[in-house]
Design a protein around this ligand. Structure first.
Ligand code: FE2
Length: 467
């Protein structure tokens, strides 16, 4: 028997539609920061209000992550811990036991490595969130908003906690997709893209991408918050290559599944085979086997498999598909792009007035929709080479290991945001997804995960010229 949760904020109105862009560092305004914090907070509330039982909150939707209730408390505790660190809140915080319990997330290589602990009942965590929200708003109202915010400014901690909440909105949304569909209720106003639209006739074609010099790293002129790993600069000379005009679709992945691709060992890396066998993987995580084929687990509903939406897979599956596509299409050398190649294939795609993409309507980013969209359907998200969906829709797995850029330096408020994850255990992604908001939707954001981790993530294939 599951219990309803009376303490969930009853007045949460589902905030639908695109989110606000990140506050500006050069002319910060109290009202903008307040609205941004409240907007991100309300979206987290909306997400977790869709889960209506304490029993569901106390389970792990993913065996590699904490029970769901942890992610309800974690963003609030993060605000408190960082504001204390910055001297904007007195030592002792709001509720020290919860600030310790919800302090940091996990990233185990194996489920057995995860040390589970007991968590309070969900209604206590909702009450904690409400208390912390009032405290955070009190800080925003108390501090002066005169003057530009630099990394040494205590207000940096507020912006960091805001962006952190936005990151967790997205990762928590992926956890919710791993709950049984009966455990969630779609929030009023949530909008999916058309799931029965066809893919463009030329989807899957390769286009020529010219070579050139690419500069990675958040430029000094950017005037929004950036995480440590975005800073620094790397110039890369990219050779001409060919790239998929579109992201690989569910329809294309279905052909791979039907051809026995998941069972064909030679297509998989040793690491990918080990993951596939340990988890018994036979299809993408969000496909639901049914007698007549596969259904699709969207955020809050089961839908017919949207064949024109980008496939959402792990990097291991993307790499296996690439080998199969090379062999079956007779096109050698198909692979994931590097970070620099992704930047090059995206060149010329629209930017907003800040030189970024966060506020641009050209992309399926920032919750304009509550799902991926048919590939190529955001016509503006096209680069000068004709590559579509170069940002937004779903994240795009890259070939690179996660690595710092030259000039990287940690920030004292969060010294281990990136450094524990550099190296070959974590692959990179670029571009953001429909659920990426704030800085996560920025063209300078650099994301990493273990190559077997689930995210709203897909891929595009590329090949070197003459491969
Ligand atoms: Fe976190």
């Amino acid at each position: 028997m599951v219990a309803l949760i009376p303490a969930a904020p009853a007045a949460v109105k589902a905030p639908v539609g695109p989110t606000l862009p990140p506050p500006r560092l050069d002319r910060p305004a109290r009202e903008v920061v307040r609205a941004s914090v409240l907007g991100a907070w309300a979206r987290t509330d909306m997400l977790f209000c869709s889960v209506d039982s304490d029993a569901a909150f106390q389970t792990q939707p993913d065996p590699l992550r904490n029970p769901l209730v942890f992610y309800l408390g974690h963003p609030a505790a993060f605000y408190v811990n960082k504001l204390v660190m910055a001297g904007l809140l007195a030592t002792g915080g709001v509720e020290p036991a919860l600030e310790a319990l919800f302090e940091r997330g996990v990233d185990p290589a194996h489920a057995d490595d995860l040390a589970l602990t007991a968590y309070p009942r969900t209604e206590a965590v909702w009450r904690y969130r409400d208390r912390v929200r009032a405290v955070v708003l009190g800080v925003i109202d108390r501090v002066s908003w005169d003057g530009e915010i630099g990394p040494d400014d205590p207000r940096w901690a507020l912006l960091m906690a805001l962006e952190h909440e936005r990151i967790h909105f997205e990762t928590s949304s992926v956890l919710l997709r791993q709950l049984p569909v009966e455990a969630v209720r779609r929030p009023p106003g949530w909008r999916y893209a058309a799931w029965d639209a066809p893919a463009p006739a030329d989807a899957g074609a390769l286009v020529a991408v010219g070579g050139g010099r690419v500069t990675l790293g958040r430029p000094a002129w950017a005037r929004t918050f950036g995480w440590d790993n975005e800073h620094g600069r790397l110039d890369v000379e990219v050779a001409p290559f060919e790239a998929g005009r579109d992201l690989v679709t569910n329809g294309e992945l279905l052909a791979f599944v039907r051809a026995g691709g998941y069972a064909h060992d030679a297509l998989w890396s040793a690491e990918g085979r080990a993951w596939r066998d340990a988890r018994g993987v036979t299809a993408p995580r969000f496909w639901v086997p049914r007698a007549t084929g596969y259904a699709y687990r969207a955020m809050f509903d089961e839908l017919p498999l949207p064949l024109a939406w980008p496939a959402e897979v792990t990097a291991h599956e993307a790499e296996a598909y690439a080998r199969w596509a090379s062999a079956s299409r007779g096109v050698p050398g198909m692979r994931l792009p590097t970070e620099a190649e992704h930047a090059q294939l995206a060149a010329g795609a629209p930017l907003d007035e800040h030189g970024d993409v966060v506020a641009s309507e050209a992309y399926n980013l920032c919750l304009r929709l509550g799902s991926p969209s048919p590939v190529g359907s955001f016509g503006g998200a096209t680069s000068r080479w004709g590559c579509r969906d170069v940002r937004g829709n779903v994240w795009q797995w890259l070939a690179d290991d996660f690595a710092p850029l030259p000039g990287f330096a940690t920030h004292p408020y969060y010294p281990d945001f990136s450094t524990p994850y550099f190296g070959s255990d974590h692959g990179m992604m670029a571009g953001g997804s429909w659920a990426s908001t704030g800085g996560s939707a920025s063209r300078w954001y650099r994301l990493w995960f273990r190559r077997f981790f689930h995210q709203h993530a897909g891929f595009r294939l590329v090949r070197s010229v003459g491969a």
